[in-house]
Design a protein. Sequence first.
Length: 262
Amino acid sequence: MFRGGDLSYAMEVTLEEAAAGKDAQIRIPGWEECEPCDGTGAKKGTSAKTCGTCQGSGTVQMRQGFFSVQQTCPHCRGSGKIISDPCPTCSGQGKLKKQKTLEVKIPAGIDDGMRIRSTGNGEPGTNGGPPGDLYIEIRLKKHEIFERDGDDLHCAVPISFSKAALGGEIDVPTLNGKAAIDIPEGTQTGKQFRLRGKGIKGVRASYPGDLYCHITVETPVKLTEHQRKLLKEFDESLQKGGAKHMPTGNGWTDKLKGFFGA
Ligand SMILES: [Zn+2]
Ligand SMILES: [Zn+2]
């Protein structure tokens, strides 16, 4: 008696599917009894004989020094039977490969690399042995907006440099819609906003993770002549204010002086 081998199956899921869970259908290899020989493997009208080497058990005891080791019978290869006239349909296997559809429940919160075991859906056992198991390995598809880190989500949020300077409310994406965040006046690139509970609730977690919005301040491009003029005027007015308009630039100028030994 031998247990059938385990099978593995890779399944790609989107971040949304992983967060909400889903009922999936997969096609896996299965076996069905060969009809012409009724699963015996012997050609119609003939029958299989019990293997004389192992008396039908499929295993033999081999002596190795002082030890006795159980091995697969080399004569019948574990089947316990000898088929002198094999069935032409299944070549003596007694079974035929056939695809079957399996319903799989993907639990909410599943993450990349996790495995789901489907008991008994692996390869069939031989000589009455139990079947193996099927393992479904989850591969998380890359998301356009969010990056997952455990139960937390991260996303980049570009804002205009005037919005960054003036502050104001902006909409940020979440897995189930939108959320508003208040950008304070003078926000810099690299600033993070944490939205509690807007991440993913892991398979065994009690609370969902958080969503981190990473702000990048965008330099405006493709300026018109008029906009260039306005920006130059604006820059001149900034210059008059000196370093007070540059939150890190001031300290940086001092560091440079030290670096050059001025
Ligand atoms: Zn045998
Ligand atoms: Zn057959």
